[in-house]
Ligand binder design. Structure first.
Ligand code: HEC
Ligand code: HEC
Length: 482
């Protein structure tokens, strides 16, 4: 932290503070955020558009009028691609919305079109787009990739606390698209479980009998991305329905080959099947309404205003506004994992790549003074005991800030003072008072010890270190050392 003299307008001192972020994040995040290090005039960085490594809700026309056609033939262009290979990429790609950088490593090729083999292919953008003097060197590029590989999709706000899909989700802000009745009416509550069933088994895509596929045929679970298998039509294939799956080996830099399709009717013909994990962040544009809080919606160019309109497009075989509502509910609740994986033999549900998702319970928090255990805390504890998340507790006892974490093997809470006996949940609750309440918090599985009792993970509890005069914030400082 810098100390700034307001008269001199100058930094006069730096105070070191504990930075709890892991080394991979500390080393690599500079490439995303540091405008001085990564741009010519010191005023932009990748995060200028990829805000917080996410997106800016804008479309940018980043084509290159002096560029050349780029080949698409080496890519996994499947499905229709088996019959019509993906056409090459034109350098004038037209407006495209900024994509999130969450959960992209291992999900190559990148960009809406899949025209970049891997993250390394973005290195020229530091110079070409941001005017930096030089691209990252290989070590900086690797650090950047390791940092990006740590980014998970956050807890899904539309899922239930136990990460299950909502069966009766109110849909304020979503309106009937006009296909099955008047446009702009409130949608009924959506059942995401039924939405998932339609997505996997409804044969919604295509109106010609026998030529329909499932949403999940392209958008595999749990990510929505295409399969890493080449997905060919082969009428002689031993598996049912002429489906011939062929797993693809990773490329020289570890990059994968997720499926592209050649979609007639899109302004770009060769398109990667996009992930569907951040759809809920793209809502707010609806042309059935007179007030909007966004000007871009769905698809690569943001041209489809709402999710409801998207799933009600004539290309999809839906029957009612209830179908629309159920699919919208599922699209909103999509991220979070815990969705059925595909199979290597099913013709319409190919295996998909894994994703980096966070359990919906993460971040759930209760602050309690005294009294009986509320049902929500019992539910939080059950989730942590089952291993889906970790549970940490913080509070002040006898003037000392203290921490605990649930040890699910014993079903007891370990404290930040190593010599103390573990406590039952009831005993721990009894330590809180209305004046000094305790906060119970669900955190990602695996982070409980660090966030609850041992910040520097040196094996000595935070309070033990304070008692014995070592620094609970530094791994190199432990009790008993000179
Ligand atoms: C001017 C805004 C802007 C800036 C600055 C910017 N990007 Fe992007 N980024 C975009 C847009 C727009 C897309 C989608 C373009 C496409 O699909 O062709 C994108 C897509 C990406 C993707 C593909 C993500 C995926 O899921 O396939 C990556 C990776 C990426 N950008 C990395 C970077 C890096 C690294 C930098 C800094 C050197 C950067 N971007 C700077 C706007 C920007
Ligand atoms: C043939 C493969 C295929 C099938 C089947 C398919 N999609 Fe897609 N989907 C794509 C491609 C490719 C895109 C990107 C198109 C573009 O941006 O121009 C896309 C885009 C989307 C988007 C927009 C993503 C965003 O971030 O804006 C949503 C939502 C979506 N699909 C949902 C569905 C649903 C729901 C179904 C079933 C009713 C379905 N898709 C069926 C290939 C497919």
């Amino acid at each position: 932290m810098s100390v700034v003299d307001l008269v001199l307008s100058a930094e006069v001192a730096r105070v070191p503070l504990f930075d709890p972020t892991p080394p991979a994040i500390q080393a690599g995040r500079r490439a995303l955020y540091d405008t001085h290090a990564t741009s010519g005039l010191g005023h932009v960085a990748c995060a200028s558009c990829h805000v917080d490594a996410r997106m800016d809700r804008l479309a940018w026309d980043l084509g290159d009028p002096s560029g050349a056609m780029a080949p698409a033939g080496h890519l996994n262009c499947s499905l229709v691609g088996a019959l019509i290979p993906c056409p090459d990429f034109h350098p004038m790609k037209g407006p495209m919305t900024t994509q999130t950088l969450q959960d992209i490593v291992g999900h190559e090729p990148l960009h809406w079109r899949g025209d970049r083999d891997g993250l390394e292919a973005f290195n020229p953008a530091f110079v070409g787009l941001q005017g930096a003097d030089a691209p990252l060197d290989p070590a900086e590029m690797q650090a950047f990739e390791d940092f990006l590989a740590s980014l998970h999709h956050p807890p899904n706000p539309f899922r239930n606390l136990d990460n299950s899909l909502p069966t009766s989700l109110a849909l304020p802000g979503h309106f009937s698209p006009g296909r099955f009745g008047p446009a702009g009416q409130p949608l009924p509550d959506g059942d995401a479980v039924r939405g998932l069933a339609l997505y996997r088994e409804g044969f919604l895509d295509g109106s010609t009998p026998g030529l329909q596929v499932q949403c999940v045929t392209c958008h595999t679970l749990p990510t929505g991305l295409g399969t890493d298998h080449r997905f060919r039509l082969n009428l002689l294939a031993p598996a049912a329905s002429g489906y011939d799956p062929e797993p693809l080996p990773p490329g020289p830099l570890g990059e994968r080959h997720l499926m592209l399709v050649s979609v007639d009717g899109s302004t770009n013909v060769s398109m990667k099947v996009p992930q569907l994990a951040n759809l809920y962040e793209k809502t707010g544009f609806d042309l059935t309404q007179t007030e909007n809080r966004a000007g871009f919606g769905f698809l690569h160019d943001g041209s489809v205003d709402s999710l409801a309109r998207f799933v009600a497009e004539p290309v999809f075989d839906l029957d009612s506004d209830q179908d629309v509502a159920d699919l919208v509910a599922f699209m909103l609740a999509f991220s979070g994992g815990d969705l059925p994986a595909g199979t290597p033999v099913g013709p319409f549900e190919p295996p998909g790549p894994p994703g980096r998702h966070t359990h919906a319970g993460v971040g759930a928090q209760l602050t309690l003074g005294a009294g009986a255990e509320p049902p929500r805390l019992a539910q939080m504890r059950a989730l942590a005991e089952a291993g889906a998340v970790d549970l940490v507790v913080h509070g002040v006892v006898l003037g000392e800030p203290r921490g605990w974490v649930l040890d699910r093997v014993q079903g007891l809470f370990l404290s930040d003072r190593d010599a103390e006996a573990p406590l039952t949940a009831a005993a721990l609750r009894a330590l809180a008072t209305p004046a000094t309440p305790f906060t119970w918090l669900l955190v990602p599985e695996g982070l409980g010890v660090r966030l609850g009792i041992d910040r520097d993970e040196d094996g000595f509890g935070d309070r033990t270190e304070l008692d014995q005069g070592s620094d609970p914030l530094r791994q190199s400082s432990v009790p008993g050392a000179p």
